[in-house]
Write a protein that binds this ligand. Structure first.
Ligand code: 6PG
Ligand code: NI
Length: 190
């Protein structure tokens, strides 16, 4: 393989050339927001875009690195802010770096045995997600929340565990401010 370069647009988060853009609409995240009633009400009328991420396709091999930028739209389902699905890596012993590029939000992290942590993210903040920590990003601002990610080539994605257990805490808006609350629907992984 020969070297290559990409151009990263700090305003849009897009890098060119990119090989794939993934769009996540509300219908792709059914049941992931706490307030399922509000979710259904919205879906009866429309299917809003929650986030999109663009990737450069690289070998999913040890020794390589994966690159992706994500843009989460501003918005809420009920009182809960727009967020990514969240995942562990298929290879749980792999870490990841996030770089905040635009907007503001919060990185939520948890381990399968229930440890929880969070980091506020804005432009220029670099967050290091250690191995074994599942991760989700949340847009707590009024503008698109954009971040760049780098992670090991063979990390892969495990969405199943998060779809089953949810995240231990969720971010909701109270008195116009983001507040972390316990997720009443969280289940410890068996
Ligand atoms: C990764 C990164 C990141 C993430 C996107 C979309 O492992 O690839 O964490 O690129 O995939 O931000 O979030 P979801 O993968 O949780 O939908
Ligand atoms: Ni990841």
């Amino acid at each position: 393989m020969r070297s290559f370069s990409l151009l990263l647009d700090f305003k849009t988060g897009e890098f060119t050339p990119h090989d794939r853009i993934n769009m996540r609409k509300l219908s792709h995240m059914k049941g992931m927001f706490f307030d399922t009633e509000s979710e259904l009400q919205i879906l009866r009328k429309e299917d809003p875009l929650i986030y999109s991420f663009s990737e450069k396709i690289l070998p999913e091999e040890n020794g390589h690195l994966q690159l992706a930028t994500t843009t989460i739209q501003p918005g809420k389902i009920g009182e809960e802010y727009f967020m990514t699905k969240g995942h562990y890596h298929r290879r749980p012993d792999t870490s990841e770096v996030y770089l905040g590029m635009g907007g503001e939000g919060c990185l939520l992290m948890q381990t399968v045995d229930g440890d929880f942590d969070s980091i506020e993210i804005r432009q220029g903040v670099i967050a290091y997600i250690p191995p074994y920590w599942g991760h989700r990003m949340v847009n707590t601002g009024k503008t698109p929340f954009i971040f760049f990610a780098i992670y090991p080539g063979d990390a892969g994605h495990n969405y199943g565990d998060i779809e089953r257990t949810g995240f231990k805490k969720i971010l909701v808006e109270r008195d116009k401010k983001p507040v972390l609350i316990d997720n009443p629907r969280w289940k410890q992984r068996d």
